[in-house]
Design a protein around this ligand. Structure first.
Ligand code: 3HC
Length: 307
């Protein structure tokens, strides 16, 4: 059955090679999904070789884990390994017919990344963005061919979460949209078409939950109490555990976007911003593991706040 809003699948273009921009955790997770489900070459890029290598190492480790669990045989594991490569040169994307980005959530950065990719690829190469809350229309508006830009928003953990938000900008054409739906089906994700509105659908709701959980902490309820108190409403994990999963910086950014678009409806916690900055410092200095940071973060959020 054709998903609501999806064009005729006969319009879908073939995807024979995938380019992934950004080798962070989210991008590495979906790079693995693309190679596993599409069985086509996947090339990943980032600002420097160190980041590319980290992404490649994550993918190699996950392929090893799938093999160890018996989910894939050793032939398949070797085939997948051979299909994944890394580069720091976007010219290596020239024969990609699908490029997807998951770089820093900054409009100017995303615009610039796509403008650079556009110089190297064919005019019909799909440019998909995994943005969590920026405008897909604005991400594509400076391009020569904005009709090939589409939102393709995954959820953490990518291998597990079944949903994918496909976002159509006013310029997005039917061939692009049909290719996005066909690709989502190959990735075995359940795709929904959402409007190009801040936070699309899921992050709009999550920003509400995370913002109100942070507000409860700011008002004096300790983090573990908020985590426990929210369990009965049916969340699969507590709001702070979820923030940890998606990353403090990403969560704070989603909050900021929602607050700037709808100041009367969303809450931005200064505490959360402080913690997101701290998370970035920890990441930068490689001074501690994320789990150590989490423990510290939770302590910090409760300092002086316990009633
Ligand atoms: N990364 C990769 N795989 C993971 C994982 C992770 N962080 N966490 C769990 N898994 C895998 C496990 O390996 C296991 O796989 P297997 O069946 O192959 O062994 C499978 O998931 C189930 O694991 P568990 O038994 O530990 O699963 P749980 O029942 O504890 O559920 C969960 C784990 C699926 C993460 C669940 O807690 C959940 O659904 N949490 C909410 C996640 C959510 O809301 N995500 C959306 C975040 S918003 C977002 O990403 C958008 C962005 O723009 C901000």
């Amino acid at each position: 059955k054709r998903p609501a809003g999806a064009p005729d699948k006969a319009l879908a273009q073939k995807v024979t090679k995938v380019g992934v921009i950004g080798a962070g955790l989210m991008a590495s997770q979906f790079a693995l999904l693309f190679v596993r489900r599409l069985q086509v070459p996947v090339v990943i890029t980032d600002l420097d070789q160190g980041r590319v290598d980290k992404g490649l190492a994550y993918i190699a480790e996950e392929i090893g884990a799938l093999e160890a669990k018996g989910r894939i045989g050793s032939d398949e594991a070797n085939r997948l390994r051979a299909l994944v490569s890394g580069t720091t040169d976007k010219a290596d994307f020239s024969d990609c017919d699908w490029v997807i980005e998951a770089v820093f959530e900054d409009l100017a950065v995303k615009q610039q990344v796509f403008a650079e990719v556009e110089k190297h690829v064919s005019p019909t190469t799909i440019l998909a963005t995994n943005t969590s809350s920026l405008s897909v229309e604005q991400i594509g508006e400076k391009l020569e061919h904005p009709e090939r830009v589409v939102g393709f928003h995954f959820f953490n953990p990518v291998a597990v979460m079944p949903l994918l938000e496909i976002v159509k900008a006013p310029a997005t054409n039917d061939a692009t949209l049909a290719t996005a739906f066909a690709t989502a089906a190959k990735l075995r994700k359940s795709a929904v078409l959402t409007a190009d509105a801040p936070g699309f659908v899921v992050n709009r709701l999550l920003a509400k939950v995370m913002g109100e959980a942070a507000r409860a902490v700011d008002e004096g309820t300790p983090v573990p109490v908020v985590e426990r108190a929210l369990a009965p409403i049916g969340l699969p994990m507590g709001p702070f555990e979820l923030i940890d999963l998606v990353g403090w910086a990403v969560a704070a950014h989603v909050q900021d976007t929602m607050v700037s678009k709808f100041p009367e409806r969303f809450y931005a916690s200064e505490n959360m911003h402080a913690l997101s900055k701290l998370a970035q410092v920890v990441e930068k200095n490689k001074a501690g593991k994320v789990t150590d940071f989490t423990k510290e973060a939770k302590k910090l959020m409760t300092v002086g706040k316990t009633p």
